[in-house]
Design a protein around this ligand. Structure first.
Ligand SMILES: O=C(O)CCC(=O)C1=CC=C[C@@H](O)[C@@H]1C(=O)O
Ligand SMILES: [Mg+2]
Length: 330
């Protein structure tokens, strides 16, 4: 659903309603310890624009489209009022696994990061083994390699990890062609493959489904251009989906929860529990997992928290320029 010309905010409207923030993380995740984000006071609700700082303007444009859609336009009907979420376990030391999982009360599913460049396969196996020990035999475990393996490495790593009973392996290899080859090689193991970067960073998010490269799609509202656009993509793919966050603040998580609430069939727990990875948030009532789920609702920004976590003048100016450049691309 594209914003209409009438309701689409101009650059000045966006900048006037923007709050640039820098939030500390509770635990290092994908190499960062603070999360920079912009939240807008939209006329419909608070909304978020938080492409990672290294993303270029072309990639960031989809995230801005999503922010505008959610704050100014989005009215999708929802089918459920709470979303079951997974615990997200960064590539931490084995000794820290239990305390990370404790941040996600009631979550029966854990997603474990693997294939971190500075670590070995033994580290991955030990981390997954520890997650299995803490969750017990009924827990569900998925791993996410963020495209860090080639096909041979993926085949061997999955064979070593499969005895821990994997729900799926997310983005084991970087390219769609590699995923196709890997899927053919490991079919006998019965471990499904999920695509994440091959959906959210691809020029054509449906290429992976057309190629038969994955069994499951990971969909994220911001990188796919918003709730409506993500729903179109997942419907066209015909594949089961997992809705996930982009390490958003609770505002971006409310967008993800709304997307998850509108998905016709939602069989997997969603990666929307990540407020638990933040050491601070922007609302007095954050979307933290309770009993393994988060509610589907809008988020009320706290002026005091916006002020406390306001980014420096230099970073604020950087984000304002990014918004201005990115908005010109829409
Ligand atoms: O899916 C989850 O459990 C949480 C979200 C998550 O893992 C991610 C969020 C943001 C950036 C990514 O590196 C990462 C992912 O790859 O899925
Ligand atoms: Mg992923």
């Amino acid at each position: 659903m594209d914003p209409t010309a009438a309701s689409k905010p101009g650059t000045e409207d966006l900048l006037a309603s923007a709050h640039v923030v820098s939030l500390p993380l509770a635990t290092r995740f994908r190499g960062i310890t603070t999360r920079e984000a912009v939240v807008f006071d939209g006329p419909l609700r608070a909304t978020e624009f938080s492409p990672f700082v290294e993303y270029n303007d072309t990639e960031a444009a989809a995230w801005l489209r999503a922010a505008i859609d959610f704050g100014w336009v989005e009215q999708t009907a929802v089918l459920r009022d709470s979303i079951r979420v997974n615990a997200t376990v960064p590539a931490v030391a084995t000794a820290d696994v239990e305390s990370v999982l404790a941040r996600f009360p009631g979550c029966r599913t854990a997603k474990v990061k693997v294939a971190e460049a500075s670590q070995s396969r033994a580290d991955d196996v030990a981390r997954v083994a520890e997650v299995r020990r803490v969750l017990g035999p009924e827990g569900r475990i998925r791993v996410d390699a963020n495209g860090g393996w080639n096909v041979d490495e993926a085949e061997h790593a999955i064979r070593e990890l499969a005895p821990f009973d994997l729900e799926y392996v997310e983005q084991p290899c970087a390219s769609v062609d590699e995923l196709v080859e890997l899927r053919a090689r490991i079919g006998w193991m019965g471990v499904p493959i999920a695509a994440d970067e091959s959906v959210r960073k691809a020029d054509d998010p449906l290429a992976v489904a057309r190629a038969g490269a994955a069994d499951v799609l990971v969909v994220k509202a911001q990188p796919l251009g918003g709730v409506g656009r993500a729903l179109e993509i997942l419907a066209a793919s015909g594949l089961p989906v997992v809705v996930s966050s982009a390490l958003d603040t609770s505002v971006g998580l409310s967008m993800g929860a709304r997307l998850a609430a509108a998905v016709p069939d939602l069989d997997f727990d969603c990666g929307l529990g990540t407020a638990a990875l933040l050491a601070a948030d922007l609302t007095d009532d954050p979307l933290l997992p309770v009993d393994g789920a988060i509610p589907v609702r809008d988020v009320v920004l706290s002026p005091a928290l916006l002020e406390r976590h306001a980014a420096s003048p230099e970073r604020t100016a950087w984000w304002h320029e990014r918004i201005t450049r990115t908005h010109a691309l829409l």
